[in-house]
Write a protein that binds this ligand. Structure first.
Ligand SMILES: Nc1ncnc2c1ncn2[C@@H]1O[C@H](COP(=O)(O)OP(=O)(O)OP(=O)(O)O)[C@@H](O)[C@H]1O
Ligand SMILES: [Mg+2]
Length: 197
């Protein structure tokens, strides 16, 4: 599990520890259980796109998929990746001769049979960031490799004028995600972190 890069906070996350606080959460949990049961026979590498506000359980569910598969000893290279951390790591690699270069950092993301990209769109969409994201996602799209995404960005802009997912990652990538992932919008539940304070 450590090799898969699952953060310590989420190491206990399973589908069993995910509470079904609403009918929608129950449905999402059940579908994700089916995804786990089917693995590695997912349809054309189709993964998951979990969309929702802060603290609704997106990262919990994404980590839970990896943990369930690893615990069940199912086949495949599993990798958890936080997009923001990835960008920081690549930026750091430019400042030093001793750290691995961009290609070396990105290779595991291309190789993983099941990759979690947590917090998609969280990084300011500079051209440089978009290029990296496009390279990773488009390569996985072409290879029909399964990816689970979590994001705070919806497909429509809301009253607060928050950008849409397409604004954050570009329309070409958003288009690819329709084919790459089943989309689940988790709404109607509050921030779980508030209840645990
Ligand atoms: N339904 C749930 N049952 C049990 N624990 C939950 C549930 N939803 C969230 N949690 C817990 O609440 C915390 C926040 O959840 P999580 O990190 O998955 O939120 P998130 O949707 O990824 O939020 P963000 O958009 O801020 O990253 C975690 O510790 C997670 O384990
Ligand atoms: Mg999260």
């Amino acid at each position: 599990m450590a090799a898969a890069g699952i953060p310590k906070r989420y190491a206990h996350c399973t589908l069993g520890t995910f509470k079904e606080k609403s009918p929608l959460l129950k449905l999402v949990r059940n579908d994700i259980q089916k995804f786990v049961d089917l693995w590695p026979h997912t349809e054309k590498g189709k993964g998951l796109l979990l969309v929702g506000e802060c603290g609704v359980g997106k990262t919990h569910l994404a980590a839970a998929v990896l943990i369930e598969l690893i615990t069940a000893d199912k086949p495949g290279k599993m990798l958890f990746n936080n997009f923001q951390d990835l960008i920081q790591e690549i930026q750091a690699s430019f400042d030093s001769d001793h750290t691995p270069g961009k290609a070396e950092i990105l290779q595991p993301l291309l190789d993983a049979d099941l990759l979690v990209i947590d917090e998609l769109g969280s990084q300011k969409p500079t051209t440089w960031v978009q290029d990296i994201l496009y390279y990773v996602i488009n390569t996985r799209y072409n290879d029909e490799k399964t990816t689970i995404f979590t994001t705070n960005y919806f497909d429509t802009t809301d009253a607060s004028k928050r950008e849409s997912l397409a604004d954050r990652i570009g329309t070409r990538l958003r288009s690819r995600l329709f084919e790459m992932a089943w989309r689940y919008e988790i709404t109607g539940v509050g921030d779980y972190r508030r209840n645990t304070l």
